[in-house]
Design a protein around this ligand. Structure first.
Ligand SMILES: NC(=O)c1ccc[n+]([C@@H]2O[C@H](COP(=O)([O-])OP(=O)(O)OC[C@H]3O[C@@H](n4cnc5c(N)ncnc54)[C@H](OP(=O)(O)O)[C@@H]3O)[C@@H](O)[C@H]2O)c1
Length: 234
């Protein structure tokens, strides 16, 4: 019998260039690249948001992109906005702290109480999940058990993507391919973090769908943790 799920089903969705980058250079907003997404793909992104219970991005994406994370281009309810932010230091005028959708800021035990109070005063909920850093597996359990989140999408950035994959918390990946090359050895790509030492550590994906959405190629994968690359047929 299958174990009951104590975490949401997680989709990682991202716009990436042909060289796998998420933005023009380190510190630059991905909104510059997103301007070049086909209108049909923007609708796909907003339809996906409307279909999910919650959407999560890393705190650095909030600081750089100042994302709204709401559903605007299609009818539908905006999902719960979830931001892991260990020390509760996102700007208090961030767009995710403005009305438009409910917001949950996940902090660690190191977050100063006055910052927590200031975020709460903006109408967002705050949960403590973890001691020094936000504990992502614990946050997933809290989202599932306390907030009824069955389906969560994550929209980056690379640091959050890497930690979520390291903890085996991502089930599916959907990529919107933008026909550009931006280059830059330190330009953020889909997944950041540490390098691996051998092919045995590669995370294996299974391509399940590919299609054109307007002029953009979209690819969809299942994440196969524990599958050894040597077992994959070519
Ligand atoms: N093209 C796209 O689809 C797309 C989407 C999103 C972002 N981006 C781009 O990505 C860049 C930002 O990415 P980034 O890698 O610098 O930052 P990020 O992944 O957005 O945020 C990382 C931050 O999240 C916080 N965090 C809290 N708990 C964590 C945990 N357990 N594991 C991991 N992170 C945790 C950490 O900050 P605390 O200290 O606050 O805990 C960490 O520094 C920007 O340039 C943005 O434009 C592109």
């Amino acid at each position: 019998m299958q174990e009951p799920k104590t975490r949401p089903h997680v989709l990682m969705m991202s716009e990436i260039t042909a060289d796998g980058k998420l933005t023009l250079k380190r510190g630059a907003s991905s909104k510059i690249l997103m301007k070049y997404m086909a209108p049909e793909t923007e609708v796909l992104l907003h339809n996906t948001r409307a279909d999910y219970d919650a959407i999560m991005v890393g705190s650095n994406t909030i600081k750089i992109d100042n994302s709204f994370l709401t559903v605007r281009l299609v009818p539908g309810k905006s999902p719960l906005r979830v931001i892991p932010n260990s020390r509760a230091d996102i700007p208090l005028d961030a767009n995710v702290l403005k009305p438009g959708a409910p917001t949950l800021i996940a902090v660690s035990g190191e977050a100063p109480p006055d910052r927590i109070a200031a975020i709460r005063s903006r109408g967002a909920e705050v949960v403590v999940a973890g001691e020094r850093e936000v504990d992502l597996p614990l946050l997933m359990q809290i989202l599932h058990d306390r907030f009824g989140v069955k389906k969560l999408m994550i929209e980056g950035g690379p640091t959050l993507n890497w930690y979520m994959l390291q903890h085996r918390l991502v089930d599916e990946i959907r990529l919107i391919h933008l026909p550009f090359i931006v280059g830059g050895a330190d330009t953020p790509s889909l997944v950041g973090g540490m390098h691996i030492d051998s092919e045995d550590e590669m995370i294996v994906l299974r391509l399940k769908k590919h299609y054109l959405c307007g002029s953009n190629l979209v690819t969809e994968y299942d994440v196969l943790y524990g599958e050894k690359v040597h077992g994959i047929s070519r």
